[in-house]
Design a protein around this ligand. Structure first.
Ligand SMILES: Nc1ncnc2c1ncn2[C@@H]1O[C@H](COP(=O)(O)OP(=O)(O)OP(=O)(O)O)[C@@H](O)[C@H]1O
Ligand SMILES: [Mg+2]
Length: 236
């Protein structure tokens, strides 16, 4: 079943668009059908996707793209859920109507937080919304400088911290400038490794476990076919 990952944070500039684009591309590179929805009127993700289309060609970006606002957000999420494995939503820096819809539609909410007191304080509103809707959350520390004491202090103040942190790396910004992502521009970079780890962590939380019955069916089917092939050998 398809999953919706909403990247939200009412604080501006925390890294929502950067994280949303990187999660989307990493999932697409793994062979998933991925849609991205830009519900921010600033249209940063839309700009990025336009550059991506110029580079790779329309229809060849590896992503289904939509830009919607207002009351249309819910319907668009439902529509894209039908045709995609993952729908990634980049939200605006507030928690008004469409941002709330994006939060309500999510299977998980990813909240980027920079190691600053203002990011910390702003995060609490998004956390509260997620809690009210009973939706799982991962808070991701973003733009972390090496050995940042402040990042550790802020992480200690927040619940649901991701095990993965994203460093303050030029590649994240440089890749977006080209309509690409770090995992495409330099797959062996630290930035790319960080994103892959984050995606692994998030998908492990939301992907459906393989049903036990299904596993049993597969086991009994393989036993039956083994028996059959033995019989065939004996009979031969
Ligand atoms: N890990 C990072 N390393 C270096 N630069 C980063 C990182 N994350 C984000 N940035 C830069 O920080 C700035 C803000 O990032 P971004 O636009 O993704 O934030 P945002 O939360 O989407 O902002 P807004 O609230 O305006 O939508 C951008 O210039 C981006 O390139
Ligand atoms: Mg943004």
């Amino acid at each position: 079943m398809s999953k919706v990952i909403t990247v939200a944070q009412q604080k501006g500039g925390a890294g929502k668009t950067t994280v949303a684009a990187h999660i989307a591309v990493a999932l697409s590179q793994k062979g998933n059908r991925v849609a991205v929805i830009d519900i921010d009127p600033q249209g940063s993700l839309t700009h990025w996707h336009k550059i991506r289309e110029e580079r790779f060609g329309e229809g060849y970006t590896g992503l289904t793209f939509a830009s919607v606002s207002g009351w249309r957000v819910g319907g668009e999420v439902t529509r894209l859920r039908r045709s995609c494995d993952y729908v990634i939503i980049d939200s605006p820096p507030h928690t008004e109507t469409e941002a709330r819809t994006a939060i309500r539609s999510a299977d998980i909410i990813v909240i980027p937080v920079q190691p600053s007191p203002t990011d910390l304080w702003a995060t609490k509103a998004t956390l509260e919304l997620a809690k009210n809707e009973k939706i799982p959350v991962r808070v991701v520390m973003n733009r972390v400088a090496a050995n940042s004491r402040l990042a550790q202090t802020i992480a200690a103040e927040l619940p649901e911290m991701s095990q993965t942190t994203l460093g303050n790396r030029v590649l994240f910004a440089a890749a977006l400038m080209e309509g690409r992502c770090a995992t495409e521009l330099d797959p062996s970079s630290v930035a790319a490794q960080e994103i892959k780890a984050l995606v692994k962590e998030i998908t492990a939380l939301i992907d459906d476990p393989v049903e036990e019955e299904e596993v049993e069916d597969e086991v009994s089917a393989s036993k039956k076919s083994a028996k059959k092939s033995t019989k065939e050998m004996v009979g031969a």
